[in-house]
Design a protein around this ligand. Structure first.
Ligand code: GSH
Length: 248
């Protein structure tokens, strides 16, 4: 009977661990931080909130740029960011932002519920990863394919495909997104409204990536102004010191 009970709780624990991969006992937040990655945003948010945290560093493979297998022991997808907070493991940057704002924000960096600002906050929080990042990622992949050396005639075929997709799909999609964001920021200083919020933290990565590799420049002055203002924030600078090299 006792054995059956133990068996049952072991099975339940294993099932739980499949759903919620790892349970940690430390009560300090640990940010599992991959160099040059989205997890820089999490460090920055924690600095804005003044919440203490540890950083556990992981280095990308310099050839593939993938995360090291060690991250798989934190979460089954092996991606960053992922945080552990006591017993909890939270992955996916938008979910991490929501978790940190709920638990540690005490009403800071989030507009009041029921306001137009709050709806814009929610929109941009999701838009960053759901809509802005996919075309940037597709561009990155096609740029890599285009620059991979290969013998003729494969090189000619590959060039034709990559150039075609870039000009017919990726370029126009990116321009549409950048124009949209530019027009939104011409109406208000921050993505949710007059105040800086965690949605601006979440939106920083697609804009930094766009400035680095998708042609975002001073022809879109409101977006460049946004980048200038976030880079000047003390919390942003402190997060860079904690996170190390960040090439954006
Ligand atoms: N939508 C996810 C994306 C996570 C993601 O792809 N992270 C990248 C870093 S920017 C990563 O871990 N790349 C390494 C890999 O895929 O091995 C999030 O926002 O958390």
């Amino acid at each position: 009977m006792i054995k059956a009970g133990r068996e049952e709780s072991r099975a339940r624990r294993e099932h739980e661990q499949t759903l919620h991969p790892r349970r940690y006992t430390s009560s300090m937040i640990t940010v599992h931080h991959l160099n040059n990655s989205r997890s820089q945003r999490v460090l920055w948010l924690l600095e804005e909130l003044g919440v203490p945290y540890d950083v556990k560093r992981y280095e990308r493979d310099p050839k593939t740029m993938l995360a090291p297998p060690a991250l798989l022991s934190v979460h089954p997808l092996g991606k960053s960011p992922v945080i552990t907070d006591g017993d909890l493991t939270v992955a996916e940057s938008g979910a991490i932002v929501e978790y940190l704002i709920d638990k540690y924000g005490a009403g800071r960096l989030i507009p009041r519920a029921g306001t137009p600002e709050r709806l814009r906050y929610t929109y941009w929080l999701h838009y960053a990863e759901g809509s802005a990042m996919p075309p940037l990622l597709i561009k990155l992949i096609f740029d890599r394919v285009a620059s991979t050396p290969m013998p003729w005639p494969f090189s000619a075929v590959s060039r034709r495909i990559t150039t075609g997709v870039q000009s017919a799909f990726i370029g126009p999609q990116l321009a549409r997104h950048l124009d949209f964001m530019e027009s939104e920021l011409s109406a208000r200083p921050w993505f949710a409204g007059a105040e800086f919020t965690a949605a601006d933290v979440q939106m920083s990565f697609p804009l930094e990536a766009a400035a680095k590799r998708a042609g975002l420049n001073l022809s879109r002055p409101h977006l460049m102004g946004f980048l200038g203002r976030i880079h000047a924030r003390d919390a942003y600078k402190r997060a860079l010191e904690r996170g190390g090299a960040y090439d954006f």
